[in-house]
Ligand binder design. Structure first.
Ligand SMILES: C[S@@+](CC[C@H](N)C(=O)[O-])C[C@H]1O[C@@H](n2cnc3c(N)ncnc32)[C@H](O)[C@@H]1O
Length: 230
């Protein structure tokens, strides 16, 4: 009885001693994230994305971010960094889920600009940015990934998809930019007016014909396909 009383007292003392530490650690994490959120918001508000660097729209960026946060994805891959607009939205989401992104860009100046932008936004530590030809690097990437975003040369979308699908976890999500279900009204940068760029029609046919995928389309920006692996 007396022994039990001592044990309970010791447990209470330990709880009182450790509780402030737990609060401190939790609060520190929260305030760090809040500071980072503010820094990213400030950066996004000031950043000037140029038509020449073909960055995603804010609506698409927000959608990519929300998909990652809502599903708790942590291992992401992006093909087509450019100067890093989509990269920043994806990396921001991963800062909240505790994840990391591999992103690939072939154009050296864009890659360097993306690195500088990520630094300014405070997101460098969430990104492994590779200067590489995705045609060579993507087949060598080893998963598992739970999120993929493709926004590079459209006539390679089908190949990127077929390389990455086996590396995607069940429950993971494969997304691609400048595509729509109808094949119209969501042009890529080199598309004829009102039409999708060459390669994306074949890509949409491929994802819709692939068993074990649930695909939907987001039309709020430049057109996104969103395919979940069952
Ligand atoms: C539409 S832009 C990407 C925009 C970017 N996602 C954003 O929102 O800021 C397409 C990028 O893919 C890059 N790209 C094209 N072919 C590539 C390849 N084979 N390997 C890597 N990057 C490639 C281009 O240099 C270009 O910067």
């Amino acid at each position: 009885m007396r022994f039990t009383g001592i044990a309970v007292t010791l447990a209470l003392v330990a709880l009182v001693a450790v509780a402030p530490l737990g609060r401190f650690v939790g609060a520190q994490d929260t305030s760090e994230q809040e500071m980072l959120d503010q820094r990213v918001r400030d950066f996004l508000a000031k950043a000037r994305w140029r038509a020449r660097t073909l960055n995603v729209s804010e609506a698409d960026g927000q959608k990519l971010h929300d998909l990652i946060v809502e599903n708790g994805y942590t291992r992401a891959v992006e093909v087509g960094t450019s100067t890093g607009h989509s990269t920043i939205w994806i990396a921001w989401a991963l800062s909240k889920t505790g994840g990391k992104l591999i992103t690939i860009e072939i154009h050296e100046r864009r890659h360097k600009n993306a690195l500088a932008n990520l630094e300014k936004a405070g997101l460098s530590s969430f990104v492994d940015a590779r200067l590489a030809d995705a045609h060579e690097l993507v087949p060598e990437l080893e998963g598992p990934f739970d999120f993929a975003f493709i926004d590079a040369d459209k006539d390679w979308y089908v190949r990127y998809f077929n390389w990455l699908l086996p590396e995607l976890e069940v429950g993971g999500c494969f997304t691609a930019h400048n595509v729509s279900e109808s094949g119209e009204g969501s042009p890529g940068e080199n598309a004829p007016p009102g039409k999708m760029e060459e390669g994306t029609v074949e890509f949409v046919q491929e994802i819709l014909a692939t068993p074990g995928l649930d695909t939907e389309f987001f039309t709020g920006g430049g057109g996104l396909s969103i395919s979940y692996k069952r």
